[in-house]
Design a protein around this ligand. Structure first.
Ligand code: FO1
Length: 305
């Protein structure tokens, strides 16, 4: 019994290997969910679902492979914003989700239904059923994460991160999966924008501490830089040194194990002194073989392989 806490693109790269070795319950960030032209877009839930269904456009890390963009082009002709590149088939996912929300289904039920329709057997569990977006206070004003990252290209200076998940309930399904898990893996995802919003939900930290669980994080950082996305820039602007040592502090009280890159082996002594078991691997996740190698090492470290 395994559970994976995950965000979007970085998590999918890791899952690409992990799904061949294990069948974890997937507890997914909802902090980057966004309303776009009346449609409810859940990027991380969709990225993870597409990865599990072998549909993910792995060159971009989001969306469906070989999708077309006719609807978006037409929206552009009407003079509407097109900075959020929703493909046609991706748009259908969001249409279906919004339609089913309107029928009174919860996001958890909808995500399960859509995933099963795509042939996915794994449990895909949004961490919360609520719309609880992560907002960033920046030098150009308050921005939704998608506005910051996609529309503004991640350029604005960030002063503060506001989790709307804070104090809201996690879903019963996510909490049950975490409580029952023998081990929990925290994917190599942005600790501020992908994992932070999950941890801010009520009940998650307690569920992680339940029983004699092993909790391992796969570091998304190497030598002060993130493999992808805005993690390092965000951390620096929030006054945090972007390193695996900081990651251990952010996940304090939860981690029993941490998998770091070979180039960060020097941090191992300090981390072990803090009571964390450290495993070391080349954490490059460029190819399918990389993903498999990292996933194998992660499972070995917690005795699940
Ligand atoms: N990321 C981009 O960088 N540009 C886009 O236009 C974009 C569109 C998009 C559409 C649907 C979707 O599910 C994800 C999309 N993403 C896009 C990815 C998304 O912004 C982030 O990578 C995740 O929210 C981070 O986990």
């Amino acid at each position: 019994l395994l559970a994976l806490l995950c965000g979007g693109s970085g998590s999918a790269k890791f899952l690409r290997g992990l799904k061949q070795l294990a069948n974890p319950a997937l507890i997914v960030n909802v902090g980057d969910n966004y309303w776009f032209y009346g449609l409810y877009v859940c990027p991380d839930v969709d990225i993870i679902t597409y990865e599990m269904a072998d549909l993910l456009d792995e060159s971009k890390g989001w969306g469906i492979r070989d999708d077309s963009f006719n609807a978006l082009a037409q929206l552009g002709r009407y003079g509407l914003d097109t900075w959020f590149q929703l493909g046609d088939r991706d748009l259908a996912t969001c249409l279906a989700r919004t339609f089913l929300l309107g029928q009174g289904l919860r996001l958890t039920e909808i995500s399960g239904r859509l995933a099963r329709a795509l042939g996915v057997r794994a449990a895909i569990l949004p961490a919360s059923d609520d719309y609880a977006p992560t907002l960033l206070e920046t030098d150009v004003g308050l921005l939704h994460l998608q506005e910051f990252w996609v529309r503004e290209g991640g350029r604005p200076r960030v002063r503060k991160v506001l989790y709307r998940t804070e104090g809201r309930p996690a879903t019963e399904e996510a909490l049950a999966a975490l409580r029952e898990a023998r081990a929990v893996i925290i994917a190599p995802a942005n600790p501020i924008t992908s994992i932070g919003p999950i941890l801010a939900l009520e009940g998650i930290r307690e569920a992680l501490a339940h029983g004699q669980k092993k909790v391992i994080a796969v570091s998304p950082l190497r030598r002060g830089e993130a493999y992808s996305g805005p993690a390092a820039k965000l951390m620096r602007e929030l006054g945090l040194e972007p390193s695996s040592a900081t990651l251990a502090r952010l996940y304090k009280g939860m981690l029993t194990h941490l998998l770091v890159d070979v180039e960060d082996e020097g941090l191992a002594v300090e981390l072990r002194r803090a009571g964390i078991e450290v495993a070391v691997e080349d954490l490059t996740l460029d190819t399918a073989n990389d993903s498999l190698r990292v996933a194998r090492k992660c499972l070995e470290a917690i005795g699940e392989l």
